[in-house]
Design a binder for this molecule. Structure first.
Ligand code: FA5
Length: 343
């Protein structure tokens, strides 16, 4: 028994030297000390078979050997744990100051927002106020207040989305209704722009989208003439597209201005030669404008014998097309990152 105890102690000491990780250490501990089948446990069970005197002596020796074996096990475990932490510190160190998530890719403003902000800067530098108006608009403000009575053929110029069950409400077809809203609210003199979203029941094509952005301008005072209007529109065109930009004004009927014009700039795609975007004309229509009709001033509570003014409606979506050489206005609303990430 004595020899067996010393042998088993030595055997464990030798095998512990090759236990290089905690699972290996745990397997050894079970092999020697498992309650049911451990080598040391089995050996001690044999004490019962010894005569009483010898059993007492071997019992004491067994306890000493057991303590030594357990402290050898414990020393090896401490060594293995220390080695594990040292390895962690060296190769698997955790930098608690590192950001929790990898940085997310940054987005950027939509090209329409860029052009809108540029124009807001330009107009505020010329003393204009920026106003807003509702996208769901009453038929009165969208049409009647700007001199387009019910059943007048001029309504055909803007194919409109009506609201089911609410015959007198429409998705605004232009930003012009804010002319009358602004006059009612702020009176005269006034110098304001209104950037915003409009809606038309269009058969869409490269220049026409069902949801479009416009930027309305309104100036009303005592001595306002058509030259002021022309000067402002040329300033806008040169500001956006450079000093050499050509602007062409041609008479056009809009019920809310008299006289009225349609404004075009040289087509960006063909430089005036004619192409699919400009319908082979070499010019791209980007705004409507004119001197505010007396009926509109009256609808806004302003006396047309005392005041006059001009208004314009820039096609903001078209300005974006021109600025960034986008050949189809419909790209602007797709939300397609392959398109948007180019700006
Ligand atoms: C109007 O909407 C008038 N309210 C503009 C105006 C204001 C005239 C003040 C006089 C005084 P028009 O329908 O022509 O006009 O539209 C103005 C501009 O919006 C056009 O020149 C064009 O650049 C742009 N536009 C019109 N329809 C679309 C569309 N479906 N998609 C993209 N841009 C459009």
């Amino acid at each position: 028994m004595r020899d067996d105890l010393y042998r088993i102690k030595q055997e464990l000491a030798d095998r512990l030297k090759t236990a290089n990780d905690l699972p290996g250490w745990e397997a050894l501990e079970a092999e020697y000390f498992s309650r049911t089948a451990g080598k040391f446990t089995n050996l001690i069970k044999k004490l019962k078979q010894l005569p009483e005197e010898e059993r007492k002596i071997m019992g004491r020796l067994g306890n000493e050997v057991k303590d030594e074996m357990l402290s050898a096990l414990s020393a090896r475990r401490s060594f293995l744990e220390g080695a594990r932490f040292a390895r962690l510190a060296e190769t698997e160190a955790i930098d608690v100051t590192a950001p929790f998530l990898p940085p997310l890719p940054m987005g950027h403003l939509h090209p329409t927002t860029h052009v809108q902000s540029d124009l807001e800067d330009l107009f505020t530098s010329m003393g204009f106020t920026i106003l807003d108006g509702p996208e769901l608009e009453s038929e009165y403000y969208n049409f009647e207040s700007v001199n387009i009575p019910a059943d007048h053929p001029a309504r055909d110029m803007q194919d409109t989305f009506y609201i089911k069950g609410h015959p007198h409400w429409v998705m605004r077809t232009h930003t012009s209704p804010v002319q009358v809203r602004a006059l009612e609210r702020y009176g005269v003199p006034i110098r304001a722009i209104v950037p915003g979203r409009c809606f038309r029941n269009e058969a869409t094509d490269p220049r026409h989208e069902h949801t479009l952005y416009q930027l309305e301008g309104l100036v009303v005072d005592r001595q306002i003439t058509f030259s002021h209007l022309k000067g402002i529109l040329e300033t806008v065109a040169r500001y956006l597209y450079g000093e050499a930009t050509q602007v062409r004004l041609r008479p056009k009927f809009y019920p809310f201005v008299e006289p009225g014009v349609n404004g075009e700039v040289t087509c960006f795609l063909c430089a005036g030669a004619g192409c699919r975007v400009c319908k082979e004309t070499g010019w791209l229509e980007i705004f409507g404008a004119g001197m505010v009709h007396p009926n509109v001033l009256t609808a806004g509570g302003v006396d047309p014998r005392e005041y006059q003014g001009f208004a314009f409606g820039l096609g903001l979506s078209r300005l974006v097309m021109l600025k960034y050489k986008i050949e189809d206005v419909r790209h602007l609303q797709t939300g397609d990152l392959r398109f948007l990430s180019q700006f």
